[in-house]
Structure formats: C-alpha cells, structure tokens
Design a protein. Structure first.
Lengths: 153, 260
C-alpha cells in the first residue's frame, strides 16, 4: 500500500502551500477591508452613522412653535399657510437651542418679499406676483402688508 | 528538547502567521455593530420625494438652504439640488412639424433666483423644474462604484461613504441625472443625501423646510399614513427618464414632456 503513495510528500507540500496562500488571502482581505464592510451590503455600515452625525442648521417649524405658537397660528390662518418659518427667517437651529444668547434674525422685507413675489414669466400664473418697483414705488412691503399674514392692514 | 533549523523555521513561520491573523481580526471583534440611534429603525422607512412643478416659483430658497445645511462646496458648479428654467419657444406656423427645442438655463443653480430673461406674451412656455438626486432603487451610480463607497441604504437613500471614496468619477458619469460632482476640497464625490441627518431625526429635508410654496414634499413610502400616498394617487406623476428603469423615487407632478 505504501508503494501507491510513494511520493505523497509532494502532494502534502502542495496542499500546505495552497493552505498558506488561502491564509494569506484572508489576512490581506482583513487588513484592507474597513470594519463593518459587508454587514448590511457592499458598503461600510459605519458610513450610515457618518451621514447621520452632521450638524443641523434648520430647526424645523415644530421647534419654532414651542415658543412662538401665536405667530405660527397667525401664519397658518393666512395666505402664507404653506410657508415654514425658516423659509423666510433662514436657518435658526442656533437660536432654537439657545434662545437667550442667540437672537433670531428679522429679514429685510424689500429683499425677502421680492424673492418670491417679483414678477417673472416662468412663475406659475396663479402665483401672486408684482413688479415691485411699480407696485410699491420704494415703500416697504410691511408699510401696507402684515408680515405673517399678508392681507392688508 | 532539540530543534533543528528546519523545525525552527516551520514553527516560527506558523507562529507569525497565526498571531498576525488574530491581531488583524481583533479590530473587527471590537468594532461590533454600528451605533443605532434611538427611535429610528432603518427598515421601517423608504424615503421618496414629491415635487409639484406647478408650484415651483424659482425663488432658489431650496438651493440656498441645501448649500448652507450640508456645507456644499462654494461656487457655481457644486449643487446637491438646483433649479432649472425651461423656455420652449412658440413654434413657427410654417414649421409646426418641427420638434420642440427647449432652452434650459440655471444661473448659479438658481442660488440667486432667476432674473427675468424672457418676455411675456410671446407664446413661449416657461416653467421651473427643481432637481436633486432621484434616490434610485436600482441606482446606476451604485452599480459602477468599484469600492462600495456609494450604496442604497436600507431606508432607500443613496449615500456616499466619503472616507472610502477614491474620487474615480465613475459614478459621476453613470448618474443619468447629473446629480453628482467631485467636491474640490476633499476630491471625493458629493451628492444629495436627502438630509440623512435630518430625516433620521424626524425632521424634513432642508430644501423642503425652506420651500415657501410646498413644491417639495418628503415622503415615506413605508408609512401608510404619509400624505405622499394620496398625492401619488391623485396626481399624474412622472419620474425623470423612466426609460432608464433606475427606480427613481423623486416623483414630479405636472412634469412637461420636454424635461430631461
């Protein structure tokens, strides 16, 4: 029987070499692959957390309503009902998280109102738009309109 | 015990290989599961967006909000969301068979709004179209990434792993919607991540928060109470380039056939 596998050492050496190659492959793979890769798919699962850990600038209307409920009520009763607070006032997360030291900003009506209501042929027809120069003749929008509910005073 | 040179090399080799492997694997053992934020389960959401073209006034609020919220690279070439103005001139009565040739412009991505450019009453069709990443379910950009640095998250958002991106630009070329760019500061790819840091905290995206007309609405297709289901039912919606079968999840209402 021993004669049949006379040169079996060659095969064993070959098998050992093969095993070492496989081991080397796994070591290299472990060294190059970042932690968490392949847990959820062909990507590093920690990247989800990286994307989530960004800081906020916009607080969201719900945060505004915690203190300024009266204003939110006024807005939602008027024509500006679809306009969120920060669409006009800009990002206010800093103010929302620390209202005493960080003051809220009041936008300039002539600039702000024109952003939406300046006449433009590409705007939808039904959207209220005016030629600001012709319409206001240098007066401020808030001289006639209320800021939060744009009906005439 | 005596040990010849051959045995020593064999034993020593085994020792080095095995301890090396164990040391490399140890980091993975320590890393464990990615941190799960409280009260947000990725498997309970499938995010989409509804855009009402008939409501967009081209004010550029979304573009400014997005750039601020997400620290998008400054400059007129880098946008995660932008607004396009379409101008389809009236056909000449002698050439009614001619194809439409829409003119599209997007000065600074709409960041500064759109100064009036076309006259009224010339028979042309003019409208605005907001654009952003379509967060495709079968995303071409994900398929071409050679290193797995971009992927569809379990809640249906196409995200980028900035620490792992090579900046090879394959995905920039693969995106049929032109939603990707190379951030000049990091030389890695950047794109809309649907404000992933906001939607996972129960807030809406910065562009939706800043849109004054409600032309943009974030929706969760897995939440049966989300108003997006009603909007999709009641409107004639279309996605961009449906022929590419990307599984785009940004649904447009009132989208003109000329929009690409």
């Amino acid at each position: 029987m021993r004669q049949t596998f006379k040169d079996s050492e060659h095969l064993l050496r070959l098998a050992a070499l093969f095993a070492a190659g496989i081991l080397l492959f796994f070591i290299t793979r472990a060294a190059l692959m970042p932690a968490g890769f392949g847990e959820l798919g062909h990507y590093r699962s920690g990247s989800l957390q990286d994307n989530r850990s960004h800081r906020l600038l916009f607080a969201g209307s719900a945060a505004c309503a915690e203190c300024h409920d009266d204003v939110v009520q006024t807005v939602s009763a008027g024509k500006h009902t679809s306009v969120h607070c920060e669409a006009c006032h800009g990002p206010h997360q800093a103010h929302a998280s620390d209202p005493t030291t960080v003051a809220a900003k009041r936008p300039d009506p002539l600039v702000l109102c024109a952003t939406c209501h300046e006449k433009n042929v590409a705007k939808p027809r039904q959207f209220p738009q005016v030629d600001i120069q012709e319409h206001a003749a240098g007066a401020s929008c808030t001289d006639c309109h209320q800021a939060h509910s744009p009906a005439m005073e | 015990m005596t040990m010849n040179r051959r045995d020593f090399l064999e034993q020593g080799g085994k020792f080095i290989l095995l301890t090396g492997a164990a040391a490399l694997a140890w980091d993975h053992v320590l890393a464990g599961q990615p941190e799960q934020a409280p009260n947000y389960s990725m498997n309970d959401h499938w995010w989409a967006m509804f855009i009402d073209v008939e409501k967009c006034i081209g004010c550029g609020n979304c573009v400014r909000a997005c750039k601020a919220e997400n620290d998008v690279a400054p400059g007129p070439s880098y946008f995660r969301t932008w607004v396009e103005r379409y101008h389809i001139p009236k056909k000449s009565p002698d050439h009614l068979e001619a194809e439409d040739h829409p003119m599209v412009d997007s000065p600074n991505g709409g960041y500064d709004g759109f100064p009036e450019k076309y006259g009224d009453g010339d028979g042309a069709k003019n409208f605005f179209v907001p654009k952003l990443c379509n967060h495709c379910a079968h995303s071409p950009c994900v398929q071409v990434c050679p290193v797995g640095a971009t992927y569809v998250s379990p809640d249906g958002v196409v995200l980028v792993d900035k620490t792992y991106c090579l900046g090879c630009r394959y995905c920039v070329q693969a995106c049929p919607y032109g939603c990707r760019f190379i951030d000049p500061r990091t030389h890695t790819v950047d794109k809309c991540n649907l404000c992933y840091h906001r939607i996972t905290r129960g807030l809406t995206t910065a562009c939706c928060e800043a849109c004054p007309t409600g032309a943009r609405m974030l929706g969760d297709l897995k939440n049966p109470k989300d108003p997006i289901h009603e909007l999709l039912r009641d409107h004639t919606v279309q996605v961009l380039k449906p022929q590419m079968a990307t599984g785009a999840k940004v649904y447009y209402n009132g989208l003109d056939g000329s929009v690409r």
